[in-house]
Ligand binder design. Structure first.
Ligand SMILES: Cc1ncc(COP(=O)(O)O)c(C=O)c1O
Length: 468
């Protein structure tokens, strides 16, 4: 019998309404994936216009979701940067794939709890399977394992917690961490969050190729030991955000072994390249890391949020994070069951592994391998086009799908070029600083980028630069 009060408390749509709304959402997404390259790379909204649109109380009586979709189409979707646009070369692009998006809908739709084996045994099994495959791709030993997390920031934090726990028993006094000045800020933030003071971080100036210098590192470690400090962790880059530089992983692994230190490799951006032949060569030594960050939402073409931390000895990850509260006693009865929540910060977790699994199964590993290789080639095409034009200087040649360059001598011009390209809407890039010098940068990890996209982007950059 129908109870009138349930109608008033109805947070649900009828089957027909669900279908209508759901199909409209899918249609919108299919159009986006099919046509994104034909429109602008997105737009940055004006805060004075954008914020008032949403800074309002929600209605007392609900509205038709299909009408709301129209509002989103008008106000929300166009007023962001399309990080999946084939001519989005800024920061690290997010060249998502449609299957990954649908997997997100499924994971959210079934609202699968991916925290424990008891709550989501199949989800835990899928996660275990994908993580073990990633460990094999990175050539880690059988003891390795890991976890899907929100992204590189959380992957770095999680790996560093494992390091802190297993090497310092969480006692931080005098413990010292070493990394280059090219290391992503998320590493410093993670260290801060887990209790390290600024003076416990040695940020060493990188060499002429933007890599961590073994000599400077050895000297810093020796000097700190002489002061009675406790060097315990080296953080290496497998593809820096700025230039794609890879720190000398084998030499760092040798040093870490000699000094009995933990080696964490931040491969949030670059480690996925190990799947390709070129990446495998360049990332030699990755397999010697104690922990690795690798973001599928970057160069493995997944939707946000999808990062991954891999740890050489997964038991260390578990001993760093596992707590057994009374109310989870049913969860911990069988030690053979994999409880993701015992390996990281989150208890309630979305089923991130599903999208990686579903897209790998749909497209096959070869497609991913080729898509990664394409990223390498596109940056090389950009470098070639830039070198062919007068006034352009390459500050860091194409490597790991990244090339850095500038026009002329003025730092201001590089920022103006970013703004002009943004206003133009054809392609988007951002700038950075390399040794205090402003540099433009193209990151070309989107496999849907064409050679023509790159050629035309460089042509427009060149035209704008000459107008300035
Ligand atoms: C090398 C590197 N590490 C860490 C991060 C942080 O990753 P996320 O933004 O996914 O947290 C990034 C992001 O671009 C990165 O490039």
């Amino acid at each position: 019998m129908k109870d009138a009060s349930t109608d008033r408390a109805r947070i649900a749509l009828s089957r027909e309404e669900m279908r209508k709304f759901g199909y409209a959402v899918v249609d919108l997404l299919a159009e986006h994936f099919a046509n994104v390259q034909d429109g602008p790379v997105g737009a940055k909204g004006d805060p004075s216009k954008m914020i008032p649109l949403f800074d309002r109380d929600p209605p007392e009586i609900g509205r038709d979701p299909n009408e709301l979709l129209a509002q989103l189409e008008r106000d929300v979707f166009p007023n962001n940067l399309h990080v999946d646009h084939p001519r989005f070369f800024a920061f690290v692009p997010g060249p998502n794939n449609f299957v990954s998006t649908m997997a997100d809908a499924l994971a959210a739709g079934f609202n699968i709890f991916n925290g424990t084996w008891l709550g989501g045994s199949a989800a835990a099994a899928v996660e275990l399977g994908v993580v073990r495959w990633l460990c094999r791709v990175c050539r880690l030993p059988k003891s390795a394992g890991g976890l899907f997390v929100s992204g590189g920031s959380m992957a770095n934090l999680t790996g560093l917690v494992a390091a802190r726990h297993s090497f310092l028993q969480d006692r931080l006094n005098g413990a010292m961490v070493y990394f280059s000045d090219q290391t992503h800020s998320s590493v410093e933030r993670a260290l801060q969050v887990i209790g390290f003071a600024r003076e416990q971080m040695r940020k060493l100036s990188s060499d002429e190729h933007f890599r961590l210098s073994i000599q400077k590192l050895s000297e810093a470690i020796a000097s700190d030991r002489a002061k009675g400090l406790r060097p315990f962790c080296i953080i290496a880059n497998a593809g820096t955000t700025n230039t794609g530089a890879i720190d000398p992983l084998n030499a760092l692994a040798d040093l870490a072994a000699k000094e009995k230190m933990w080696l964490h490799v931040d491969g949030a951006f670059g480690a996925a390249a190990v799947l390709s032949e070129r990446g495998k060569q360049m990332l030699s030594g990755l397999e010697r890391a104690d922990s690795i960050s690798l973001d599928p939402h970057k160069w493995l073409f997944q939707s946000f949020e999808c990062g991954c931390v891999l740890v050489r000895d997964v038991a260390l990850l578990q001993s760093a994070f596992q707590i057994k509260p009374d109310y989870l006693r049913d969860v911990h009865r069988n030690a053979a069951e994999f409880n993701p929540a015992d390996h990281g910060v989150q208890l309630t977790r979305s089923f991130r592994a599903l999208k990686v699994w579903l897209s790998l199964q749909t497209f096959g590993v070869a497609a991913f391998r080729n898509a990664i290789t394409r990223g390498f080639e596109l940056a090389e095409i950009a470098e070639r086009e830039l070198r062919a034009r007068k006034g352009w200087k390459i500050l860091s040649p194409a490597q790991m799908a990244t090339v850095c360059f500038r026009f002329g001598d003025s730092d201001g011009v590089q920022s103006e070029l970013v703004d002009l390209m943004m206003r133009d809407g054809y392609a988007l890039l951002t700038s950075t600083e390399l040794r205090g010098v402003a540099s433009l940068r193209l990151c070309t990890v989107n496999p849907r980028t064409t050679e023509q996209d790159i050629v035309e982007t460089v042509k427009r950059l060149d035209q704008f630069a000459r107008q300035l």
